[in-house]
Design a protein around this ligand. Structure first.
Ligand code: SAH
Ligand code: SF4
Length: 346
């Protein structure tokens, strides 16, 4: 795509465009207000602009490159949106309302190169990175669909965001800089499978994003059964990066732990995880496996509760969601996987 995308324009780019179109420069500010304060990417609805300018914008820019192809509601009021991209690829975003808050879960890549063995997103490897505007457009689709601006954004959809760092950082900038969307970075979570160089790049951004690390195991042997070797870092290096993150950014990290029966759900693992979480000042997010492959099983509910109790007794803050169709199931690439199957069968 050679045209600039509206969702990721800077003020200076918009000013140059407006000048090139023979319009007074104040029009740039009006357009940017539509885009970043009113989340409007359709020039036809930018009613304070002259008709000619609206038409020119449509021919000079990619105004909206993606569209909602499908939406499906989970049992717990989550809504998954399948978003189709300009090249007919697709990603997912998920809207997760809770009693007093609404969270959007966004994707960063088409597919994922990490290829965790339990995850539908990694099954076909990486197809391509999302551009910054494709990341931002997911937010706009979520707002249009729910009628609400999210209280929180979590990058827990398809892909490993830290492996698409430049585009993710660009999108994060537009979402959180005061001149653009201006959301608090404290309400944005970046989830990573532990790509250590990416964690240090995130530290360099210097903003108080929440870092969530998909740990899934307390020793490297068990972790190696779950995450293939190519992009997996040793737990000790990941923990060091987490300590550095807390020191530099001043925020506690979260450990995500996808619970797989017979693999990582023993009482011994819970005790080690509790010790690790305490030592590294981390909260723990337990995610009982949503079965997408035959290879792994979700632990029994009693085992999940026992595991949680061990962590809690050790004084660790634990989050656990049990509903089916909950946030992660909704976000782990199942809808896209279904979509690909459908395309293949057509
Ligand atoms: N690539 C990043 C972010 C996307 S995955 C990462 O791995 O952190 C977000 C979370 O969903 C991860 O913690 C991942 O382990 C979890 N996840 C993916 N598929 C899942 C499934 N089928 N059941 C439970 N958790 C899953
Ligand atoms: Fe990629 Fe995250 Fe899925 Fe692993 S869990 S394959 S890193 S999206």
């Amino acid at each position: 795509m050679s045209l600039k995308a509206l969702a990721n324009c800077t003020y200076s780019e918009m000013e140059s465009l407006v000048k090139e179109l023979g319009q007074p420069v104040f029009r740039a500010k009006q357009i940017m207000e539509w885009v970043f304060q009113h989340y409007e990417l359709n020039p036809d609805r930018m009613l304070n602009l002259p008709l000619k300018l609206r038409e020119d914008l449509k021919s000079k820019l990619v105004c909206m490159s993606s569209e909602i192809k499908e939406s499906s509601k989970g049992g717990d009021k989550t809504t998954k949106l399948l978003i189709s991209l300009f090249d007919d690829e697709a990603v997912e975003m998920v809207i997760i309302p809770s009693r007093e808050r609404i969270t959007f879960c966004l994707s960063t890549q088409v597919g994922c190169p990490v290829g965790c063995r339990f995850c539908a997103s990694g099954e076909g490897g990486l197809v391509r990175n999302l551009e910054a505007h494709e990341i931002i457009e997911q937010l706009y689709h979520g707002i249009a669909h729910s009628g609400k601006f999210p209280d929180n954004i979590v990058f827990m959809g398809i892909g490993e965001g830290l492996l698409n760092f430049d585009n993710l950082a660009d999108a994060l900038g537009k979402m959180t800089e005061a001149d653009y969307i201006g959301m608090s970075p404290r309400r944005v979570t970046i989830s990573s499978s532990g790509y250590v160089p990416g964690i240090y790049r995130l530290i360099e951004l210097g903003k108080p994003f929440i870092l969530a690390i998909s740990l899934h195991a307390v020793d490297d042997e068990t972790r190696a059964e779950i995450i293939p070797g190519k992009l997996r870092y040793p737990i000790a290096e990941i923990l060091q990066a987490c300590d550095d993150y807390e020191k530099e950014i001043g925020r506690m990290v979260t450990f995500e732990y996808t619970m797989l029966a017979g693999i990582n759900d023993s009482a011994g693992a819970a005790e080690k995880l509790a010790a690790m979480a305490r030592k590294h000042h981390a909260k723990v997010n337990l995610i009982p496996y949503n079965e997408t492959s035959e290879e792994f099983k979700r632990p029994k509910e009693i085992d999940i509760f026992d595991f949680r109790d061990i962590l809690e007794k050790a004084g660790v803050t634990v989050m656990l969601r049990l509903e089916k169709g909950s946030k992660v199931k909704a976000a782990c690439g199942q809808l896209r996987a279904q979509h690909i199957k459908k395309l293949k069968n057509d």
